[in-house]
Design a protein around this ligand. Structure first.
Ligand SMILES: Cc1cc2nc3c(=O)[nH]c(=O)nc-3n(C[C@H](O)[C@H](O)[C@H](O)COP(=O)(O)O)c2cc1C
Length: 453
């Protein structure tokens, strides 16, 4: 995805600098070439040695370095990258960049570059809400700087919470992918972003559709969250429990929602599919990571839980590869239940999406199980599909589904997964236009999550 793309990462002096180290790793594992610049402040939090070890590149810290200036020079550094990422973007760095100051290497690069700049702000909520920071953020956005986050959450400072938490490394990666998404990509969806900045409410996940112009349609102005793919539950560092979900249905729904004008966040387990255009994708592996990403992505007007989330994970996955014991004797795996993402969102007391749609992948008694699931989970609709081996649904292009609602069951004819997606999205748009739906099932009860193809 980012193979060979050159990212210049400017690390600012905030507590979140430690997350920039993980960001280096995440960018590199996607094939990006990452060079780091660290401010003096950043070096109070993390060392250039760590950044150099993770990036496998020289780390630049000084403007007035005789050797660096002779070797590459700050102007070349600012121009050789495909994209400049500032993470964490501190209040100080944002203020300097907004006002064209250039008294260190980072700010010189920001002033001298002709490449897109993506900032991931991170600061105390009061600093983020201060009129000076808002002015600076708005000025930067007006200059064409892209933003990802900040998110809402707890701060490093004891007892403080609010908007100011740096976006998670995988969210920043997704924003990088969108920003680099090809020559046709328009500048970021800045209107959405500026609105959020001016309101001082933070931008929970990156502006969906980031880096592209949003199409107009029946979901324009609405936010849709979709989960897709399987989850991988580690047994040890090299083995995991998985399922046969390909993610095709969930990805098709995310794309159809984006094409209908929605701001879409797609939380995807490990799949072999490209990111749907215009969709903000958050990559996760396990059920617990998926739940965390869903919580960050909310609020949304509608949520469609298409992912086939593993019902169980291994309690206490081994830190080292489990070795074969001589003389037989296979290890036994102790399984514990995973969090139930569909049920927990369906039962949210505050901020529940107006419409919560689950998928039920069944191999027998499809409708009976789906109706029971609707009642058990407290969601509004269940899309039930037969995933028995003879159906060919898992990994295939076609799907036969039944839409189970409080009003009854609709049997849809067999059709391509793209067509299922478009039809479902049209129904969602219709329901939201009517102000949502009455919840179909009782709130409460236990049960398993897990779904589709
Ligand atoms: C413990 C500690 C944590 C800090 N965390 C942040 C932060 O998260 N965000 C921020 O904008 N400034 C933070 N600051 C203040 C910055 O470090 C300070 O403004 C510094 O000049 C930023 O420099 P730089 O952005 O040029 O690296 C923190 C300071 C301290 C002492």
């Amino acid at each position: 995805m980012l193979s060979g793309r050159r990212v210049l990462l400017i690390i600012g002096g905030g507590v979140a600098a430690y997350k920039a180290l993980d960001l280096i790793r995440r960018l590199k594992e996607r094939g990006a070439v990452v060079r780091c610049v660290m401010t003096d402040g950043a070096q109070q939090f993390v060392t250039p040695l760590s950044a150099a070890a993770l990036s496998q590149e020289k780390v630049f810290t000084d403007l007035f370095s005789l050797t660096d200036e002779a070797d590459i020079g700050h102007i070349s550094l600012s121009r050789e990258a495909d994209l400049i990422v500032v993470a964490p973007a501190t209040a100080d760095l944002m203020a300097k960049a907004a006002n064209g100051l250039a008294n260190d290497l980072a700010t010189n690069i920001l002033l001298a570059t002709d490449k897109p700049v993506l900032m991931a702000p991170a600061m105390n909520p009061r600093m983020w809400g201060h009129p000076a920071t808002r002015r600076n953020a708005a000025a930067l956005a007006g200059d064409g700087v892209l933003f990802v986050g900040p998110n809402s959450g707890t701060m490093a400072e004891r007892g403080e919470s609010g908007v100011g938490r740096m976006a998670e490394p995988l969210e920043i990666v997704a924003a990088v992918e969108s920003a680099l998404a090809g020559p046709g990509a328009a500048p970021a969806a800045q209107v959405g972003y500026q609105n959020v900045i001016y309101q001082g409410q933070g931008a929970a996940p990156p502006a969906p559709g980031f880096g592209r112009l949003q199409p107009q349609g029946p979901l324009t102005g609405l936010r849709v969250l979709v989960t897709s793919g399987p989850t991988h539950e580690p047994i040890d560092p090299v083995r995991y429990i998985a399922n046969r979900s390909s993610g095709r249905q969930g990805h098709a729904i995310a794309l159809a929602a984006a094409q209908a004008g929605a701001h879409v966040t797609l939380v995807s387990g490990p799949v072999n599919l490209p990111a749907p255009p215009g969709v903000h994708v958050v990559h996760v592996e396990s059920a617990r990571e998926m739940l965390a990403a869903v919580e960050v992505a909310l609020p949304a007007d509608a949520a469609v839980f298409t992912a086939a989330v593993a019902d169980w994970r291994v309690a206490g996955a081994a830190e080292e590869k489990i070795k074969k014991q001589g003389g037989g004797g296979a290890p036994s795996l102790n399984l514990v239940e995973n969090p139930d993402i569909l049920a927990s969102v369906s039962r949210m007391k505050a901020g529940r999406p107006q419409l919560v749609v689950g998928f039920a992948a069944e191999t027998e008694k499809v409708l009976a199980h789906a109706q029971a699931k609707l009642a058990r989970k407290g969601c509004d609709w269940i899309v039930a599909n037969d995933v028995s081996p003879e159906s060919g649904v898992m990994g295939g292009d076609r799907n036969t589904v039944h839409l189970v609602t409080a009003e009854g069951v609709e049997d849809w004819p067999t059709m391509g997964k793209d067509e299922v997606a478009r039809r479902l999205v049209a129904r969602i748009a219709d329901a939201l236009a009517r102000g949502g739906v009455k919840a179909g099932g009782k709130r409460g009860g236990g049960g398993q999550s897990g779904a589709a193809s």
